[in-house]
Write a protein that binds this ligand. Structure first.
Ligand code: TLP
Length: 335
């Protein structure tokens, strides 16, 4: 890859800063499968406290966090209600079906949904229907373009799910962005949920890792499932240290990514940007535009036949983002 290219494919592409690497090098470690890694234990406790949950579990990826929650809340044959474009439906290689044996039902359109739309998606209790057992919400919503769930809507959906006896999972891969954009606290947004996954490897700039949080007994079950999936890690404190550093130093600065995303979006007349993800709808083939942009020094991804997605992050400043907008405009013109 051309290292001089501006990379807006995802906020997962950041590299650890020198200070983060130093924190990693200094990390105290032990064998985490024996429960002896002090840094992993500290990270799990810290994230659980931030989210107002009893316990946390460090996992290699957001995908594994989501899958552990499905395994913990569902039985094979159950149905999980999600919004359109859900990460678990699109980007987890079919893991829900392959590992937990669940199927998905969509609520509403566009990623977010309200209580009335949830009610329509829940199957009645007759034995010939799949058992609806879990509602999973994505905040911010990736394919919807980094949209933040309004807190009241989130609470109303959760209240209905509770009333119907369903479990609730929050895919908070970008919960940090949602909090900064809306001026709300992580614990407020996490409160209605039984389990929450947050990522350290996206906007926060850590190289690896997510933390799954919930009750102590839920996390005990998830620890067993994590081992089953090969996610029991040993001296993982070197990675947990990066997460602790990211939590302390890279959360508040997400506002900068949101400003940069808006500046980028304005160049294409897109006004709906809430956080660090910009969807730009084109009238030409998106893959062709991406290929042309790459030749011009911009890495960017297609998220539909005529849609591109740009994601701002720690490793691109305002100047780079404005340059990226110029390159993309040129790429569209010549595609
Ligand atoms: N999203 C990635 C890709 O997988 C699409 C990206 O570049 O945005 N939940 C949400 C909402 C996510 O956006 C992602 C990553 C995950 C879960 C999974 O996290 P990882 O990549 O750690 O498995």
């Amino acid at each position: 890859m051309d290292t001089r290219a501006i990379d807006l494919r995802s906020d997962t592409v950041t590299r650890p800063t020198a200070a983060m690497r130093e924190a990693m090098a200094r990390a105290e470690v032990g064998d985490d499968v024996y429960g002896e890694d002090p840094t992993a234990i500290r990270l799990e406790a810290e994230v659980a406290a931030i989210l107002g949950k009893e316990a946390g579990l460090f996992v290699p990826s957001g995908t594994m966090g989501n899958q552990l929650s499905i395994l913990g809340h569902c039985r094979a044959g159950d149905e999980v209600v999600v919004g359109e474009g859900s990460h678990s439906v699109w980007y987890e290689s079919g893991a829900g079906a392959a590992l937990a044996g669940v199927q998905f039902a969509l609520a509403g359109r566009g990623g977010l949904f309200d209580a009335a739309e949830l009610a329509l998606a829940i199957k009645p209790p007759q034995h010939w229907y799949p058992r609806t057992s879990l509602v999973a919400i994505e905040d911010t919503h990736n394919r919807a373009g980094g949209r933040v769930w309004p807190l009241e809507q989130l609470r109303a959906v959760a209240a209905l799910a509770r009333e119907r006896g369903l479990a609730l999972h929050l895919d908070g891969a970008r919960l940090w962005n949602a909090c900064v954009a809306s001026g709300t606290e992580p614990a407020e947004r996490a409160a209605p949920f039984d389990s929450v996954t947050v990522c350290l490897s996206k906007g926060l700039g850590a190289p690896v890792g997510s933390v799954l949080c919930g009750t102590r007994s839920f996390i005990d079950g998830a620890r067993r499932h994590r081992k089953m999936l090969g996610g029991g890690m040993r001296q993982v404190g070197v990675l947990a240290a990066a997460g602790l550093y990211a939590l302390a130093h890279h959360r508040a600065r997400l506002a900068e990514d949101h400003h940069n995303a808006r500046a980028f979006a304005e160049a294409f007349g897109v006004s709906s940007v809430e956080t660090n993800i910009v969807n730009v709808d084109l009238s030409v083939d998106a893959e062709r535009v991406c290929a042309r942009a790459r030749e011009l020094g911009l890495l960017i991804g297609a998220s539909g036949p005529q849609r591109i997605r740009a994601v701002t992050h720690l490793d691109v400043d305002r100047a780079a983002v404005l340059r990226a907008a110029e390159i993309l405009r040129a790429a569209v013109a010549s595609a």
